[in-house]
Design a protein around this ligand. Structure first.
Ligand SMILES: Nc1ncnc2c1ncn2[C@@H]1O[C@H](COP(=O)(O)OP(=O)(O)OP(=O)(O)O)[C@@H](O)[C@H]1O
Length: 698
């Protein structure tokens, strides 16, 4: 797509006439009455949409419909243009003076942030006709129907940090649901976790953007992973679905890039992108989501992000790449294509992120990943930072992943591959020919957004049609739909119209749909890891969710893994399922490391392990400052992880050794309040470990 010169949005925009929108805008207390003396900016609603308007200059109308943002541009400020870096519905906007200045303008801008953003745009562009604009500040809470806060007012993907609705305070309270999850960090010289974002001393602009996003405090995975990322260490992190992994990799990377751009002038080449950070994602929708998330946090900074993925117009993406970027979010296939066309060079990569890393490295993606990482000029292991995140991390994939990293830290929040306790899971026995009836009952019984998962594209099509015939409005997302249809389906589902989405596993990973209340496995997956990701579309960010699965005789192979998973998560496990699991022997699914194999969370048997239980108790003598202040308590396991005790270089001890869980059992947790000390690592210890790492990297 040519640089979309403020193209008319897909949805119709209000007609601007002399400062008023046609169709009698229902002013928020009256646009003009907001402040009669302050005419620079007004905010009002038109048919339920939020409109932000710069007066006097008659320049821009921003229309947020609660999901995306659509800009209807009449004529922008003298010397300024708005360009789309990608599909306009995805909010890939930047405002530029066409020379050396531009700033991202994105649908993640919260209403609260808008005035500041406009101010910056205008100031950096040299002001408007010599006029100093005045801004009215944030919209008052509740100013948009159905919203409780400015961030919620902005709605959907709009800047509210807590996108599940509700106030930031509610979000913080919901986040407490994760506080008592035990955390393990292994690997040598592991940086300490933090309690607050403020402790991280992030780049001021990033910190400001985190505040604007209303992230009040880091989630557990963020507390542990961000310090590791900032220390430029390689990291493999495993945390439950919906617990904030995206921020856990974005913040340290953006912090480093912002600091580097402050220190040295930007030499963005033209005609080809040479990103400093490459983020790989297995699906197009997830790539877009990560890019949007990045845009929220690079606002008003010098950092540029571009997203490229298959199924979308190549020309638009090439145009965006031609202007250069620091962060490139990509799906592997399209990336390889663009590298071949000479549009992307990987020689400047300082940070490589594999989101949904286990999926990225499984057999389907491994060849493309190897090519991108090993044969396209990317700086090798040790010269770049590699970060991998997922909610599941089978051992064999960990082993493979370790080839792409060195001296890495492994962080596990909760059990690797476990489901969050926030999701209530139930399994119904059902013959194939009875499933449709049951599905209708389930949808009727649970109001709210529901994703129905099936195994194949055909099944998705048929089921969508069946629901339509049954007068249940539904849409679908699967590989046979065009990218445009997929995006449209997801956007409508996010808005809640329709409230039912039929999906294949293309929607199983990473997608963050606020207020998705219910996941139904109409057809169970063969791989238990897929089950974990699928049901993780609900019960996110501390909110409760429901997952219902229809188990038919065809699903026998997954019975055993399912039983293990349900028991691990303290969920009701029907007797009939246990009986089937016992009959069917080993799980057919690849990957779930059930209780028997849980001992090796970090597959490195001799990694140094630290265990933490978040504690409100406070300071723990004998341990590092950060933990004492943050109320963390390092813990020692018993024999469950046997290997770490064998390490000659490093161990924790306490006054009374905790009981081990035995081979392969659960790690013993130290009772709260015990005093911990850290034994010094003898000289040469590190070298010993390096030798070990070098060994398995071959
Ligand atoms: N510290 C925080 N405070 C408030 N909200 C947060 C915080 N961190 C993340 N969020 C919000 O939580 C939601 C879930 O985050 P995210 O999508 O990163 O989860 P995830 O762990 O990557 O999930 P998945 O395993 O499904 O990929 C998002 O809406 C995000 O904006």
């Amino acid at each position: 797509m040519a640089e979309a010169q403020a193209a008319a949005p897909e949805e119709s925009a209000p007609q601007e006439l002399n400062g008023h929108a046609e169709g009698a805008p229902e002013a928020l207390g009256g646009a003009d009455s907001l402040d009669a003396g302050m005419q620079a900016l007004s905010v009002y609603t038109v048919e339920g949409d939020t409109v932000v308007r710069l007066h006097q200059t008659n320049v821009v109308t921003v229309r947020a419909d609660g999901e995306g943002i659509n800009m209807a541009l009449k004529a922008f400020a003298p010397g300024l243009q708005v360009m789309a870096d990608g599909h306009v519905a995805e909010g890939n906007w930047r405002v530029t003076n066409g020379r050396d200045w531009s700033v991202h303008f994105f649908d993640g801008v919260s209403a609260a942030a808008m005035p500041g953003l406009f101010e910056q745009m205008i100031m950096q562009a040299g002001g408007f006709d010599g006029m100093t604009p005045q801004f009215m500040g944030a919209m008052p809470p509740g100013s948009v129907p159905g919203s409780a806060s400015p961030s919620a007012a902005a709605g959907g993907a709009m800047g509210g940090g807590y996108m599940g609705g509700g106030s930031p305070e509610e979000a913080a309270t919901n986040l407490e649901a994760y506080d008592d999850i035990p955390v393990e960090a292994s690997g040598e010289d592991c940086p300490n976790p933090v309690e607050q974002f403020a402790e991280l001393q992030l780049h001021p602009q990033l910190m400001h953007n985190i505040e604007v996003a209303r992230y009040m405090r880091p989630t557990p995975v963020q507390r542990h992973a961000i310090p590791v990322g900032i220390a430029r260490r390689d990291l493999m992190a495993c945390a439950q679905t919906g617990s904030g992994k995206t921020g856990a990799f974005l913040f340290p990377v953006l912090h480093q890039i912002m600091a580097a751009l402050d220190a040295a002038p930007d030499m963005r080449p033209r005609g080809c992108a040479e990103p400093r950070c490459l983020i790989l994602s297995p699906t197009r929708e997830l790539a877009t989501q990560i890019h949007k998330e990045a845009l929220r946090f690079i606002q008003r900074s010098k950092v540029f992000s571009v997203v490229v993925y298959g199924g979308a117009e190549m020309k638009t993406q090439i145009n965006a790449l031609d202007r250069g970027c620091h962060v490139l979010v990509a799906t592997p296939g399209r990336l390889v294509d663009l590298i071949e066309r000479g549009k992307v060079r990987l020689t400047s990569i300082a940070h490589l992120v594999l989101d949904e890393a286990d999926r990225m490295l499984d057999m389907g993606f491994e060849p493309q990943i190897r090519r991108v990482v090993e044969r396209e000029g990317m700086p090798p292991v040790g010269q770049r930072q590699t970060l991998m995140f997922s909610a599941t991390f089978p051992k064999e994939i960990q082993r493979l992943a370790s080839e792409f990293m060195t001296r890495y830290i492994f962080v596990a929040v909760g059990r690797v591959g476990s489901t969050t306790a926030l999701i209530t899971q139930s399994i119904h026995y059902c013959e194939e020919n009875d499933k449709r009836r049951l599905l209708i009952e389930l949808i009727a019984a649970n109001a709210g957004r529901t994703i129905v998962f099936v195994e194949t594209k055909k099944a998705a099509e048929h089921l969508e049609e069946f629901l339509y015939r049954s007068q249940i409005p539904a849409t679908s997302i699967h590989g046979d739909r065009s990218q445009r249809e997929r995006e449209y389906a997801l956007a409508s589902f996010r808005r809640g119209h329709p409230a039912v989405l039929v999906a294949t596993d293309v929607a199983a990973r990473g997608l963050d749909v606020p207020d998705c209340m219910h996941v139904i496995n109409y057809e169970l997956p063969r791989d238990i890891n897929s089950y974990v990701h699928r049901i993780g579309r609900t019960g996110r960010m501390g909110k409760q969710g429901v997952a219902t699965s229809l188990f038919s005789p065809l699903n026998r192979p997954v019975a055993r893994d399912l039983v293990t998973l349900l028991q691990e998560a303290n969920q009701a496990c029907p007797d009939w399922l246990v009986a089937i699991a016992e009959q069917s022997g080993h799980g057919g699914g690849r990957g779930y490391q059930g209780r028997g194999k849980f001992g090796g969370r970090d597959y490195r048997s001799n990694a140094q392990v630290r265990r933490y239980q978040h504690s409100a108790v406070g300071a723990m003598p004998g341990y590092s400052q950060g933990y004492q202040q943050g109320g963390y308590m390092p813990q020692q396991g018993g024999g469950a992880y046997g290997g770490y005790q064998a390490s000659p270089h490093y161990q924790y001890y306490n006054q009374q050794p905790a009981q081990g869980g035995g081979e392969g059992g659960s790690p013993a947790m130290m009772p709260m309040g015990m005093v911990w000390q850290q034994q010094q690592m003898p000289p040469g210890g590190t070298a010993g470990h390096e030798g070990h790492y070098a060994g398995y990297a071959q």
